[in-house]
Design a protein around this ligand. Sequence first.
Ligand SMILES: [Zn+2]
Length: 111
Amino acid sequence: MYAAEVIAPEEQLKFVCEGCNLEYTCVDYHTLLTSKKLAYFTLGEVEDPKSNVILPDDIIVDCLCHQCLYTALKDEAEHGTENGELKFKLIHNGMGHFSVINNERQGGFFS
Ligand SMILES: [Zn+2]
């Protein structure tokens, strides 16, 4: 199952989205994350859906902004599944939440 973990601003000094090159310092990212304007994610897979930890070997992309993550998962939902619906796991602060991307949901995570 796909899993996307919110990267904590404390983890790095600089963040660059591998999809669109959107770049922020950890200070700016902290502000944006707190006000729910931006989140950077690590995208990977978890073998056990109950797991809230993406193992280093299971990381697909180290750093994606929420918009690029949404685009990637939406693309996978549309082209990689039979019913256009992709279940995945969102991990934040060690807690996991199941989420679904399908055709009814528009506009990304923060809208
Ligand atoms: Zn991006």
